[in-house]
Design a protein around this ligand. Structure first.
Ligand code: ATP
Length: 521
């Protein structure tokens, strides 16, 4: 069922000019996608909402745009050359490649599905008198599944922490996990696979240097930490924000734009005094969740997921997850990265990465809180939450994208009722008066009903119709996408009615309130 919705969503994204497979006429390129005319508008809106909330709203956060190519030693220092790996395993029959950790995690989820099935069966049997909590405690079947799940989870966690590849393979054998394509258990050994893309820089074979396409934007911020601090006269605590492309040679790239090989990140590194990182971690965790929730996609669709296994450099980490059609999934990571990265760069470059704190009269390597979100994954979460099929009165149906107005690619469509009597001219005048403020569309083709459906399908929050009366009294009908209600308003009022909704002012007011209430002392 959920898979069905997901397929429809992917098809919808293509049909309405949001996302196309890359190089489609050559049968595509794995896990690489292009954004179409509506997709690019929405993507830009996501980036603007993030940038404004991080850089404009926070006085102590400034921006940066560092390059994709960087000195290769950066990736040695950051640990990516040696440790940015995923455990991969091949099935010899299907020749398909999998991530060993993902296969095992899916197996763990299967035990949960079995438990859910038991519960559903019992609910049917007992009807109204069903007590789920008691059933979970007492059912032998449920207890057996839960015990197996927990044992597997423990074993898996240990194998991952110990980096024990033989044990990962043994788990796959013991659990009798089969390849979903061939159905066989004919597995190779588990191997580590580095996710960084590399290329050569320089013209001659001798003089060329192996460099990497950055797998995260964060390192560009770390290596510019002192440049920004000094030239911007920044005082700790302060943050540097950046939006840019990142590249990972993902082993299993599935689920559309959820996991891509070329994607875009919006990252902010916040530099703090050692020992003060936990309160800033709490602050950013809360601020970032509110940033998501302010969009109005339903608070119940977000949750935190605290990490059990911390990266070697982190002392706290959490994900913000969104309810996708395939379950709650990570959209953003918030990490307390200690002083690991700056210390490593200090060591590898031989340059001091320290800050002199005038308040304490001390020099130190700052601690860092990172917020890191993928633009594309955010895009997918919004699309998934917005995609709605509605049955209408009279047997009609519609597909509507209930996008937050601030993110919608087109904010208003202006539609002359008929293509004559001066209505198109009047409609063009309205478009011209608004088009520098927001993205406005003009459409005169087909019946008005069809035009409404087309705008619904791309999530346009407002449609304005110019009719005979408009020519007499300068009023239009304003149709709301979600309620489909229409009301008559003066053309001169349109700007004020729409602007607050589509510009994000209301969202920022909420965020400013959060900022005030949670200010770190
Ligand atoms: P995952 O566990 O899903 O691979 P991650 O924990 O490796 O993600 P981070 O390194 O924390 O991800 O990256 C931060 C954010 O960048 C993620 O929350 C996600 O939104 C985005 N991201 C990471 N990898 C990809 C990818 N291959 N495609 C699209 N977005 C990605």
């Amino acid at each position: 069922m959920a898979e069905d919705v997901f397929k429809k969503l992917v098809a919808h994204c293509k049909e309405y000019g949001f996302v196309f497979p890359s190089s489609e006429i050559y049968d595509g390129l794995g896990a690489v996608y292009d954004y179409g005319q509506n997709g690019v508008e929405m993507k830009n809106n996501i980036k603007k909402y993030w940038w404004d909330a991080m850089v404009k709203l926070n006085d102590n956060v400034v921006g940066l745009d560092s390059s994709i190519f960087m000195h290769p030693t950066i990736w040695k220092a950051s640990g990516h050359v040696d440790a940015f790996n995923d455990p991969l395993i091949d099935n010899r029959d299907s020749k398909k490649r999998y991530r060993a950790d993902v296969l095992i995690e899916e197996q763990i989820a299967k035990y949960d599905e079995k438990i859910e099935k038991e519960v559903a069966k019992a609910r049917k049997r007992f009807g109204d008198s069903f007590d789920e909590a008691k059933f979970m405690e007492t059912s032998e079947h449920v207890k057996a599944h839960a015990a197996k799940r927990d044992a597997l989870h423990e074993r898996y966690k240990k194998a991952m922490n110990d980096n024990n590849l033989e044990e990962l393979k043994q788990i796959i054998i013991d659990e009798e996990i089969v390849c979903p394509i061939s159905g066989t258990k004919n597995w190779t050994d588990v191997r580590q696979f580095n996710l960084m893309f590399s290329t050569e820089m320089g013209s001659t074979a001798d003089g060329s240097m192996k460099i990497y396409l950055r797998p995260e934007t964060a390192q560009g911020i770390f290596v510019n930490f002192l440049n920004v601090q000094k030239t911007g006269r920044m005082k700790i605590p302060f943050g540097i924000a950046q939006i840019g492309k990142a590249f990972r040679n993902e082993i299993v790239a599935r689920q559309f734009i959820f996991r891509m090989r070329e994607f875009e990140q919006m990252e902010m590194q916040f530099f703090v005094r050692p020992g003060e990182e936990m309160k800033w971690f709490a602050y950013w965790k809360n601020f970032r969740l509110n940033w998501h929730k302010a969009l109005g996609m339903g608070d119940e669709n977000y949750q935190y997921h605290d990490h059990e296994k911390l990266a070697h450099y982190a002392n706290a980490a959490t994900d913000i997850e969104f309810r996708m059609p395939f379950g709650f999934k990570e959209v953003e990571g918030i990490h307390s990265r200690t002083n690991f990265d700056l210390s490593q760069h200090q060591q590898y470059s031989g340059k001091k990465m320290q800050y002199f704190d005038p308040e304490t009269n001390e020099s130190y390597v700052p601690y860092v809180i990172e917020t890191s979100i993928g633009v594309d994954r955010m895009f997918l979460s919004i699309m998934a939450g917005a995609y709605t099929e509605e049955q209408l009165e009279g047997g009609d149906s519609r597909v509507v994208l209930k996008l937050p107005p601030v993110l919608a690619p087109v904010k208003m469509a202006v539609l002359p009722l008929v293509k004559k009597d001066g209505m198109p001219e009047k409609a063009h005048q309205i478009v011209d008066s608004m088009k520098l403020e927001m993205n406005v569309a003009y459409d005169e083709k087909d019946s008005i009903g069809k035009r409404y459906r087309r705008q619904d399908a791309i999530g346009t929050p407002y449609c304005v119709t110019v009719d005979g009366q408009t020519l007499e009294d300068d009023t239009v009908t304003l149709r709301d996408r979600d309620t489909m209600e229409q009301k008559r308003v003066k053309i001169s009022e349109l700007h004020d009615i729409l602007y607050r909704k589509v510009s994000g002012h209301e969202l920022f007011e909420r965020l400013i309130k959060v900022q005030r209430e949670t200010a770190v002392k």
